[in-house]
Structures are given as structure tokens and as C-alpha cells.
Write a protein that binds this ligand. Structure first.
Ligand code: HXC
Length: 265
């Protein structure tokens, strides 16, 4: 395993796992997701861990999304595989018999917001920013964002965020119910660790019984068919001129000129 994931004991029964690609604002590429999947499978069975804190390395970002430069080279079937890999990671976070906390101190965009949404709680610093900017790249969320956002906020607010691609600050995200709490930026991670350690002192058996039950209520609405539908819609966009233009524009550091008009993807 490379050092792209770094871990630290952050309290009694608390593990802090960092995604460490600060040079690209911790963007999620295939390697990061595969290593995350392996690590989460391990943590799910690791008795010494009761609470997992997930964070990004560096000053600026939790995760600035899926790696656009890697996605730019994908064809439709590769994009579908990529989306399914992200779904596996998110479902592991959502279903593991542990408490999972996303600690967001900076940008959580696209796949970054989606990854955070799969955790039990999102704690954010005042400097955190959230958003689903995929439409500005000619695609849509593909790691479960369409599903978890509409589940948590309702369809109208999910549409507003997904269609606008707007970035919102922590306070607004808190008002919308996207996140659990806004904490001061100074000493942010210490506060997260204290919160995690407090939860870790409770009965994990009882917490997991509660988590399973709440997940079962959610599951009655059937998340599995929905993630497949999302992967299908996401990857179908990789056959459009707009996806090629949107991702080329990002890599060339210019604004995109979208031409797709038919809405046929
Ligand atoms: C690859 C990325 C990246 C990303 C940032 N970088 N985000 N590389 N994929 N998602 C890289 C930049 O290219 C740059 O590299 C370096 O990180 C620093 O970023 P800057 O843009 O110079 O920083 P700044 O001006 O502060 O702007 C920060 C930012 C911006 C607002 C977060 O980087 C940005 O808009 N990033 C893209 C956000 C986004 O669209 N995310 C959604 C992706 S789609 P260099 O080499 O130039 O220093 C997605 C789909 C999920 O997530 C579902 C998939 C199935």
C-alpha cells in the first residue's frame, strides 16, 4: 500500500484516516478509491476501532472531487466502473459497524461532498465549502450524490445544488441540513477528535444496532437499484461532446463552451 492514505490513532477507539494527495486537493482517482475500499474493509472488521474520522490532507481541501484529469481519459465503460468503485467505498462507509465522521476543513466538492454524505456525520470548519459542480464539467454526481442529497435535503434542494453547481459555505450547508455542525477553524481537528472520543465511550453494540435499524429504514426505499441507475446515467454522459468539452476546459484552465442541446444522454 502506498502512503496516499495515512492513519493515526486520534483517541480511545478513534482512528483518523487522511486522504493524502494535497497537490491535487486530494482528488479521488482510481488508486485512492481502491486503497480506500481495501482499508475500509479492514477497518470494518478491526475491533480496536469504534469511530472513524475521514479527512483530507493539507490546508485547503477535504476532497475537491473525483480526479478530473483521470476522468478526462475515460470512455463510457471505464466511467461506469469508476462510478461503481466510488459507490462501493461510500456503501462501506455507510454500512460499516462503526461510527464514521467526515471532518471537512476546506473544499468538499463533487465526489468530496458525496464521500462526506456517506458518513454518519459531517462536521465542518467555518472555512469548509460544499458543492456538486459536476454539471460545469458536463457530467452529474456519480458516487451516490443524487441519491443521498435528495434523501437528506429533499428533491427540490438537491436539484438546486446539482443544477446550479454552486459552492456553498459551511453555514448555509448547516442551514440546509447537509452537515451536522460548524466548528471554529482554529483547533478544528482537536474538536472533531474530542467529539469522536466522546461517542467512542458509548456502547458500540448499541450504536451499531441503531445504525443498522436506521439504514434498514432507508434501505426500504432501495438504494441499490438507485446507485446502478446513477452509474448508468453518469457514464452515458461520457459519450457526449459536453463531457469532453467540460473536462478539457478544466485541464486547460478555461471556461467551457457547452453545445449539447438535446438532453438525450
Ligand atoms: C484533478 C484537481 C481537482 C480535481 C483541483 N485539482 N481539483 N485535479 N481533479 N477534482 C488540482 C488543480 O488542477 C491544481 O493543479 C491543484 O489541484 C490546485 O487547484 P487550483 O484550482 O489551483 O486551486 P484553487 O484556485 O484554490 O481552486 C480550488 C478549487 C478548484 C475551487 C477546488 O481546484 C476546482 O474547481 N476544482 C475542481 C472541483 C470540481 O469540479 N470537482 C468535481 C469533480 S467531478 P495544478 O497542477 O494546476 O497545480 C466529480 C464527480 C464525482 O467529483 C463522481 C464520479 C463518478
Amino acid at each position: 500500500m502506498s502512503d496516499i492514505l495515512r492513519e493515526e490513532i486520534a483517541g480511545e477507539g478513534v482512528l483518523e484516516l487522511s486522504i493524502h494527495r494535497p497537490e491535487s486537493l486530494n482528488a479521488l482517482n482510481i488508486q485512492v478509491l481502491e486503497e480506500l475500499r481495501k482499508k475500509l474493509e479492514f477497518i470494518a472488521k478491526e475491533e480496536s476501532v469504534r469511530v472513524l474520522i475521514l479527512r483530507g490532507a493539507g490546508e485547503k481541501a477535504f476532497v475537491a472531487g473525483a480526479d478530473i484529469l483521470e476522468m478526462q481519459k475515460m470512455n463510457r465503460s471505464e466511467a461506469a466502473r469508476f462510478s461503481r468503485l466510488g459507490h462501493e467505498v461510500c456503501l462501506l462507509l455507510e454500512q460499516m459497524p462503526k461510527v464514521t465522521i467526515a471532518a471537512v476543513h476546506g473544499f468538499a466538492l463533487g465526489g468530496g461532498t458525496e464521500l462526506a454524505l456517506a458518513c454518519d456525520f459531517i462536521l465542518a470548519s467555518e472555512k469548509a465549502q460544499f458543492g456538486l459542480p459536476e454539471v460545469s464539467l458536463g457530467v452529474i454526481p456519480g458516487f451516490g450524490g443524487t441519491i443521498r442529497l435528495s434523501r437528506n435535503l429533499g428533491v427540490a434542494r438537491a436539484k438546486e445544488l446539482i443544477f446550479s453547481g454552486d459552492r456553498i459555505k459551511a453555514d448555509e450547508a448547516n442551514q440546509l441540513g447537509l452537515i451536522r455542525k460548524v466548528l471554529s477553524h482554529d483547533g478544528f481537528f482537536d474538536q472533531v477528535r474530542a467529539f469522536a472520543t466522546k461517542i467512542s465511550g458509548n456502547s458500540l453494540d448499541a450504536i451499531v444496532a441503531g445504525k443498522r435499524l436506521l439504514n434498514e429504514f432507508e434501505e426500504s426505499a432501495g438504494i441499490y437499484p438507485k446507485v446502478d441507475a446513477e452509474s448508468h446515467r453518469f457514464s452515458s454522459l461520457f459519450e457526449t461532446v459536453d463531457q469532453k468539452e467540460g473536462m478539457a476546459a478544466f485541464s486547460e484552465k478555461r471556461s467551457p463552451r457547452f453545445r449539447g442541446m438535446r438532453g438525450s444522454a
